[in-house]
Design a protein around this ligand. Structure first.
Ligand code: NDP
Ligand code: GDR
Length: 370
């Protein structure tokens, strides 16, 4: 039975990847951080009592900033495959915590590679590094492919640039099977609540249900190539099943503005929005509502711009060229953006329907910080 070790298993991609690898017959080990609250909500359904026999899913406490911890876990597990998904993954937050981001996202990758080398596992263990379209940053050429030059625009992207190149370097220097998946934005109902797509689907659901008046967003002009996380973890797996280790772009090849994503999300609820004004004065107002139960009135402002969400340096346009992954890996996404938005909206509507019922029954609902 193959063994996989996943860093970042409690995150969006870690949860989908663990599901996939368990389905493929793997023994799956994950590294989770100690937290004062439970942080395993996305993988709770995979829990197996460690006291039982034939357990195929185990968690280990750890942190990418702790070399000895990483070495010990890799020594204990002796994985065939490591998926390094752990990271401080929020671009805007990386401007507030640049040093920590460099440590976890940049040096954390080195710690994994070095542990495999020191433990003499270079022939056994294959490594997947979660690289990102943020590496392209300031637009040099579109669509972005494996050969497009990088120009990172945030402490997050700069840390990931180090991680990208150290992965390439260990592959070339020590003949390791180490690969970068350069993944464009991918979303799902499990997406962290402060990334723009999930913030929008949650906001739209709450506004439609009368739980929130207005949704504040940042740059509505930014364009992203959005796919579904379920499709993208399939690509991660395929990248480690090839004869030769190589780097691959994973993307849909379609780009959409944040503004249009907002329209699509509200559109799923039968609510049409019209955007008026410009820059910080831009507003999204309700122009029609086909759903009798939703408490939105025509002409009501539901979207406003708050410069607090602007980034000091922005990535304006991402659009990936997935030709290599489609031809070499045989990778094909099953979801398009319409199907993604629909799934996310349905999940958030269901969530807030339950929350509304709890609220009406007198339960206190959690605070939400953005
Ligand atoms: P999430 O933010 O959902 O998950 C990040 C995971 O990393 C969480 O499990 C988190 O733990 C863990 N983590 C954070 N810091 C550390 C640390 N110091 N040590 C160990 N683990 C840590 O990200 P996604 O699942 O969306 O992304 C997975 C990876 O792919 C990330 O590396 C991200 O940068 C990269 N990526 C993501 C893309 C996307 O669109 N989603 C696109 C391209 C790349 P905890 O739950 O405790 O916070
Ligand atoms: P991104 O994702 O920075 O591309 O990084 P995010 O969803 O945070 O932003 C996408 C775009 O939307 C604009 N935006 C807002 N963003 C947030 N978070 N909140 C807002 O209110 C808002 N309003 C507008 C942003 O300015 C940006 O242009 C994600 C992460 O998953 C990274 O880890 C990953 O590497 C990249 O995708 C590919």
């Amino acid at each position: 039975m193959k063994k996989a070790l996943i860093t970042g298993i409690t995150g969006q991609d870690g949860a989908y990847l663990a599901d996939l690898l368990l389905d493929n017959g793997y023994e799956v080990h994950g590294i989770k951080r100690r937290s004062s609250l439970f942080n395993t909500e996305r993988i709770d359904h995979l829990y197996q009592d460690p006291h039982e026999d034939n357990v195929r899913f185990r968690l280990h406490y750890g942190d990418l900033s702790d070399s000895t911890n990483i070495i010990r876990i890799i020594q204990q597990v002796q994985p065939d495959e490591i998926y390094n998904l752990g990271a401080m993954s929020h671009v805007k937050v990386s401007f507030d915590t640049p040093e920590y981001t460099a440590n976890a996202d940049g040096i954390g990758t080195l710690r994994i590679l070095e542990a495999v080398r020191l433990l003499g596992l270079t022939e056994k263990t294959k490594i997947y590094q979660a690289s990102t379209s943020e590496l392209y940053g300031l637009v040099q050429a579109v669509p972005q492919s494996e050969t497009t030059p990088f120009y990172p625009r945030s402490p997050y992207a700069v840390a990931k640039l180090y991680a990208y190149w150290i992965t390439v370097n260990y592959r070339e220097a020590y003949n390791m099977y180490a690969c970068n998946g350069i993944l464009f934005n991918h979303e799902s109902p499990l997406r962290g609540e402060t990334f723009v797509t999930r913030k929008i689907t949650r906001g739209a659901a709450k506004i439609a249900m009368g739980l929130q008046e207005i949704l504040f967003l940042g740059n509505l002009d930014a364009r992203r190539d959005w796919g579904h996380a379920k499709d993208y973890v399939q690509a991660m797996y395929l990248i480690l099943q090839q004869e030769k280790p190589e780097d691959y772009v994973i993307a849909t090849g379609v780009t959409t503005t944040v503004r249009d994503f907002v329209k699509m999300a509200f559109g799923e609820l039968g609510i049409q929005l019209e955007f008026i004004g410009e820059g910080v004065n831009e507003k999204g107002i309700v122009s029609s509502c086909a759903h009798p139960d939703y408490q939105v009135t025509l002409g009501k402002e539901v979207i406003a711009v708050d410069p607090r969400y602007f980034r000091p340096t922005e990535v304006d346009l991402l659009i990936g060229d997935p030709t290599k992954s489609m031809t070499q890996l045989g990778w094909q996404p099953k979801y398009d953006l319409t199907a993604l938005v629909k799934e996310m909206m349905e999940a958030d509507l269901e969530y807030f329907t339950q929350e509304k019922m709890l609220k009406e029954a007198g339960y206190r609902v959690k605070n939400q910080f953005e």
